[in-house]
Ligand binder design. Structure first.
Ligand SMILES: C[S@@+](CC[C@H](N)C(=O)[O-])C[C@H]1O[C@@H](n2cnc3c(N)ncnc32)[C@H](O)[C@@H]1O
Length: 466
């Protein structure tokens, strides 16, 4: 590790522990209003607090108006602590700041390309909303963590439980390459396409895709609905390119298959999104024929690609590499110490059945759902699921410690779901295991889940330094 990086890490650690830290656990229980009241009572300006006392509103620094939760303020402070010295870099990469040194941040532009279900500036902007995967984490939070880790242009960010690809999108926005791993081949294809869509030229889409032909595209996609082939192997290691090439090889010839690779992948994602909408909205007031979901999503996706192109151009975001690999987080295909940082969200214990949630998509793409279940953390293990989950989490932590560089950060986002009537506390277990697998520092911050979903009260963001 270079002396500069070592110094930077020391600064960050002491920064975090300094006065008025708001990192005291009792503050995590507070609602946003109470936090602001507390800050006001102490005469602490939140912007000043987030910049470690260096800059306030009058210096041209401003947080987004929806930054209210304690964990958001904490993340704002952490991202500033590492890269705030270089104001222009910070302006381009900051996730929680609206203005830096009097100029609007690039996140203002990112979050202006609004996606379905977007909450403020936190999620679903740009291509994040493509495919409504139920276990997504927030893009804004992911980028703040990448910033705090000090990942620089060209560094590799890893997500070993990559899901629908939030980390790949945010790494690209931060100027980093990424490696995503997921055991589910269907999610690998989604993550891969979603990342590619950030850089998909709108001209190419508009040249190839005509709304007048939507019935024809739809007919070609639906022609393979219900076929029973189980074409994807779960064992071993496969790239997303291999998975997609198998899919397209068996796809019937027609106008979709004749399109350029990236455009037909884009259309596949639109179709999978429609399948998901149909599955989740049937028997609700929003239900409609699958074709109507397809056409609506097609129009909305095209609008997002147009907006994304414009923002990518305006903010000078360069095309970045994302390798999306279908294999297990328990056996990562990476050399020791090769990634700069890890941002990930593993399955939340055994309580969420990710396979059942995505059955429509797994069947369409020809993934053997029962075979997948046998390899999934949290779902495998039959009657010993919870014991197996604990073993798997320990194993995956060892793998993360092995592949991250010395001094690098690992961030694990984990929900405290209720299992058999008891709230799980795997975050604490991870903190306890951390020293024995090679981490030198560890702490966590809490993210409250509002909205009365009783099985989940908090997500914990676990910080571990190698
Ligand atoms: C909470 S989700 C991650 C969601 C992701 N952060 C996103 O924003 O879309 C957990 C993921 O872990 C994956 N997973 C489960 N077992 C795995 C294993 N053995 N190896 C790699 N990934 C696994 C699941 O397929 C699922 O996508």
């Amino acid at each position: 590790m270079t002396a500069k990086r070592e110094k930077q890490e020391e600064d960050v650690s002491s920064h975090r522990r300094s006065q008025h830290t708001l990192f005291d656990d009792r503050f995590s229980q507070m609602l946003p209003g109470d936090i602001w009241a507390h800050l006001a009572a102490q005469q602490i300006d939140p912007v000043l607090w987030a910049t470690g006392g260096e800059f306030g509103y009058e210096d041209g620094f401003e947080l987004f108006e929806d930054v209210g939760h304690l964990y958001e303020l904490q993340l704002a402070r952490l991202e500033f602590a590492t890269i705030g010295d270089d104001k222009e870099l910070f302006r381009r990469r900051a996730a929680y700041f609206k203005r830096v040194a009097g100029k609007l941040t690039d996140h203002v532009a990112f979050s202006s390309v609004k996606g379905k279900g977007q909450i403020g500036h936190s999620n679903q902007y740009l291509t994040h909303w493509f495919y409504p995967y139920k276990g997504k984490f927030h893009g804004q939070m992911v980028r703040a963590l990448i910033n705090f880790a000090g990942a620089r242009e060209g560094d590799i960010v890893l997500d070993p439980f990559g899901g629908s690809g939030t980390t790949a999108v945010e790494s690209a926005l931060a100027g980093c390459d990424s490696v995503l791993v997921d055991i589910n081949p269907a999610l690998c294809t989604i993550a891969y396409i979603k990342h590619k869509c950030i850089f998909l030229p709108i001209d190419e889409v508009e040249q190839c895709v005509k709304l007048a032909y939507a019935p024809k595209y739809f007919q070609e996609f639906t022609s393979i609905l219900g076929r029973k082939t189980k074409r994807f192997k779960i064992e071993g290691e496969h790239t997303s390119e291999q998975i997609l090439s198998d899919f397209w090889e068996e796809f019937p010839s027609g106008i979709v298959k004749a399109m350029p690779y990236e455009v037909r992948n884009f259309l596949l994602l639109v179709f999978l999104h429609a399948l998901s909408d149909k599955t989740y909205l049937c028997q609700t007031k929003k239900d409609k024929p699958l074709f109507e979901f397809f056409v609506q999503n097609l129009k909305d996706y095209i609008a997002t690609i147009r907006g994304t192109n414009e923002v990518v151009r305006r903010c000078g975001i360069r095309r970045r590499k994302a390798d999306v690999l279908c294999c297990s987080a328990l056996n990562l295909p990476l050399e020791d110490g090769t990634v700069s940082c890890i941002v990930t969200s593993p399955p939340y214990s055994i309580a969420i059945d990710y396979v059942r949630n995505d059955l429509h998509m797994l069947e369409y793409l020809g993934v053997d759902a029962s075979l997948l279940r046998e390899h999934m953390v949290g779902l495998r293990g039959g009657g010993r699921k919870l014991v197996m989950y604990e073993d798997d989490m320990h194993r995956s932590l060892q793998e993360m410690a092995r592949v991250v560089r010395d001094g690098g950060w690992v961030f694990i986002v984990l929900g405290d779901v209720v299992v058999n009537g008891k709230r799980t506390n795997f975050a604490q277990k991870i903190l306890q295991w951390a020293p024995s697998v090679g981490f030198k520092e560890g702490f966590l911050i809490k993210r409250p889940i509002l909205g009365g979903y009783a099985r989940l009260r908090y997500e914990q963001i676990i910080f571990l330094r190698r």
